[in-house]
Design a protein around this ligand. Structure first.
Ligand code: HEM
Length: 336
């Protein structure tokens, strides 16, 4: 990449992140977080996470997207507090909720990174911060932007299956529901359309979309009329009709599923988004315009800068800082 492109991209990212950092905080959102929180207490923390992430995705590249998704699920349920990692013997924890227990992955990898950090700086870096640093690095390691994230979160001690089932938008959600789920968490329509761009990497199990999109749209036994007619047969060839537990993985962004780029928006704009929730971004004036602009953009710079800012916003969600919560040695401790 040419030096001038790198410099422009970096300046845009810095400006985007700075605009979030100087914006008036929403009711204390993110108070206590800082970029470089561990500079003195664990100076190599961010490098150690990146080093482990390189080794993790080198062994299995599908773990990068998995760790990015883990952040979304951690933050939306009781805030970005690492509680997604907690285990429950009575199966009443976040991890036991339907969307998590079926296909959420990356737990062992967070534990692996945590073990490295415990060797370097015992009881210093929270699981919650490890999750956001790993997610940020997953984006970078798929040729996406590298941007700063705030740290200083502490780990929550409560994990609730019911909260997890209530707080995460399902893949069949329409635009009104999606905006509601996000606004409950103080995130905007822009955060919604930008963070949905995460679906430029990774896979989805047929079970997550085949009924809605291919075989039983709105319970009528038909294909989703909004799905591109030439693309649908590719998905039908992968997913068995009537198998609601079909774990077959489908690339969400065929052809560049491990490349963090603009093609998610090109897909959505041409009715090839995999979920109803992706397609739904075309049903609102603002999100539609954003999808259109990114689908036709020549450079990913605006998306990358917006993504860095939206990740800061999501990362501030209901965080525990200061004396709240704890720093756990084992992220996946049992709560009962
Ligand atoms: C807007 C609402 C969203 C819905 C309804 C949604 C839903 C889903 C579903 C159903 C899957 C497939 C899981 C599977 O079958 O394995 C998935 C995958 C994924 N999601 Fe989302 N998601 C949303 C937002 C987000 C956000 C905000 C992020 C990250 C910041 C994200 C990151 C990912 C990633 C990276 C994957 C691929 C995971 C893998 O390959 O293992 N999603 N999402």
């Amino acid at each position: 990449m040419a030096l001038d492109v790198i410099i422009v991209r970096w300046l845009l990212l810095v400006a985007a992140v700075a605009s979030v950092l100087v914006a008036p905080a929403r009711a204390g959102a993110g108070a206590g977080l800082a970029i470089g929180f561990y500079n003195e207490t664990c100076p190599n923390a961010e490098e150690l996470v990146l080093e482990e992430m390189r080794a993790i995705v080198h062994k299995d590249r599908s773990l990068g997207p998995a760790l990015l998704r883990l952040l979304f699920h951690d933050c939306f349920v009781r805030g970005c507090d690492g509680s997604i990692m907690l285990k429950s013997k009575s199966l009443k924890g976040e991890r036991d909720a339907i969307p998590m227990s079926i296909s959420l992955r990356g737990f062992n990898e967070v534990e692996r990174i945590k073990a490295k950090l415990e060797d370097a700086c015992p009881l210093t870096v929270s699981c919650a911060d490890i999750i956001i640093m790993a997610a940020r690095d997953a984006v970078y390691l798929t040729n996406g932007p590298r941007f700063p994230v705030e740290t200083g979160r502490r780990d929550g001690k409560v994990s609730s299956c019911a909260d997890a089932e209530n707080d995460l938008a399902p893949p069949g959600a329409n635009i009104v529901d999606l905006k509601t789920y996000f606004s409950f968490k103080s995130l905007s329509w822009k955060d919604l359309v930008v963070l949905s761009g995460s679906h430029t990497i990774g896979t989805a199990q047929c079970a997550a979309f085949a009924a809605d999109r291919l075989y039983n749209n709105s319970g009528k036994g038909v294909q989703d009329p909004t799905l591109d007619k030439k693309y649908a047969p590719d998905l039908r060839a992968l997913c068995e009709p009537g198998n609601l537990k079909d774990e077959t993985p489908a690339d969400m962004d065929p052809g560049s599923s491990y490349e963090f780029d603009l093609s998610y928006y090109r897909n959505v704009y041409s009715n090839k988004g995999i979920f109803v929730s992706d397609q739904a971004l075309l049903d609102d004036r603002w999100t539609h315009d954003y999808v259109e602009r990114m689908a036709t953009a020549e450079s990913p710079d605006e998306f990358f800068a917006d993504y860095a800012a939206a990740m800061i916003n999501m990362g501030r969600m209901e965080v525990l800082t200061g004396d709240n919560g704890e720093i756990r040695k084992i992220c996946g401790a049992y709560v009962d």
